[in-house]
Design a binder for this molecule. Structure first.
Ligand code: ATP
Length: 355
């Protein structure tokens, strides 16, 4: 059981949380609803020990205080946070990310069992265990983030806006997965921008406004509350699927206007050949180098080989030198092309004048 009492957080003079009290029982899903800037993320971060809270408050996990403890000890005590934006190790595989979640002492003995549980919960992760995390879709990455948190064998799982940016289908998969997690007896404290889906899955909820809890109740009673409907559900009850509390910013697809495309440069035959052969080669080279830098980094992590500072500096210098050289070659060829185009233009004008 997680219990927070009189929890306050300030960022300088700004009070982001004022005497907040929330609790989450084992096997219960509790949703925190609030507008942008209400203090939802701050609440989860304060519980996870990522931001300090005022002295007066209490954070109890199964009756023991975890307040003021460093985040890794709070994870050891049984609290896991899935942060907003997932924060995966993008260059590592799905399996490697999951295994990293079992770093806590409480979870090491049961690493294999927990991995099996995660794979049962998210069969997709079992299929894709060797895939590099950053190449997974948004929804799959969210599953990895939840799976990684579950690998620490938490008694309370906190999730900060897990559905942000997911398609409706992936959202409903995600919420089904959370319902499955609840069945295992884990308590879930959920911050969710999709109030309708959050309330549909939750047992209870709290309303957070300007850092203060201004309402609480069962999810069913909150969903029927006219004020909640107005503020978070976009109107009347039963209007399922209406406006979420926050719509992720999406820029509309940009139409490419023909007029916006710059006219092609027509350099002399020699220059065109030089630039044409040089640019794609250089770009490939840059991409390969970037990939090499990444894989060096990952290899070092996998083999446990730690590169020494001078060696890294020497490699970086060599890469930098050849990069500078490639850029200089491209610039010289482009200048050459520009010069020959200009001389061609002036020739034409001279011809007109001469006529
Ligand atoms: P959103 O839904 O937009 O993520 P939120 O309810 O999670 O918002 P918080 O991120 O907790 O809100 O922020 C609560 C208040 O605290 C906001 O006014 C925010 O600007 C402020 N705040 C958050 N983090 C910091 C920080 N590191 N330094 C200063 N102010 C902060």
């Amino acid at each position: 059981m997680l219990e927070c009492r009189d929890l306050s957080v300030s960022y300088g003079h700004h009070r982001a949380l004022v005497s907040v009290a929330v609790r989450t029982a084992p096997g219960e899903i509790v949703v925190i609803l609030g507008a942008n800037g209400a203090g939802k993320s701050t609440l989860l971060q304060a519980i996870a020990g990522l931001v300090p809270s005022h002295d007066a408050g209490q954070i109890l996990l199964d009756g023991k205080s975890v307040k003021g403890q460093p985040p890794h000890l709070i994870v050891e005590a049984g609290l896991a946070l899935v942060p907003e934006g997932r924060r995966l190790f993008g260059d590592l595989t799905v399996l490697e990310n999951l295994v990293l979640g079992a770093y806590a002492g409480r979870a090491r003995q049961s690493e294999k069992e927990n991995l099996e549980k995660v794979f049962t919960l998210f069969p997709r992760l079992a299929e894709r265990r060797r895939q590099v995390a950053r190449t997974m879709s948004g929804g799959e990455q969210q599953m990895v983030a939840i799976g990684r948190a579950m690998m620490s064998a938490p008694s309370i799982l906190m999730l900060d806006e897990p559905s942000l940016g997911l398609s409706p289908i992936l959202c409903s998969e995600l919420f089904k997965a959370l319902a499955e997690v609840r069945k295992t007896g884990v308590g879930i404290l959920l911050v969710e921008q999709n109030a309708r889906q959050g309330l549909a899955i939750a047992d209870r909820g709290y309303l957070l406004e300007n850092g203060r809890i201004v309402g609480e109740g069962t999810a069913a009673s909150l969903a029927q509350d006219p004020a909640v409907q107005k503020a978070y559900l976009g109107g009347a009850a039963g209007d399922v699927g209406a406006r979420p509390a926050r719509v992720p910013a999406q820029s509309p697809p940009q139409a490419i206007s023909r007029a916006a495309v710059p006219p092609p440069i027509r350099p002399s035959a020699t220059s065109a050949q030089d630039v044409g052969s040089l640019i794609p080669g250089s770009i490939n080279e840059l991409v390969q180098r970037a990939a090499a830098i990444q894989s060096d980094h990952v290899k070092a992590m996998r083999t446990g080989r730690v590169a020494t500072r001078p060696a890294v500096a020497a490699t970086a210098r060599a890469r930098d030198d050849s990069l500078q050289e490639a850029i200089a070659r491209v610039e010289a060829a482009a200048a050459d092309a520009r010069k020959s185009r200009q001389s061609g233009d002036s020739g034409e004008r001279k011809q007109v004048k001469g006529d």
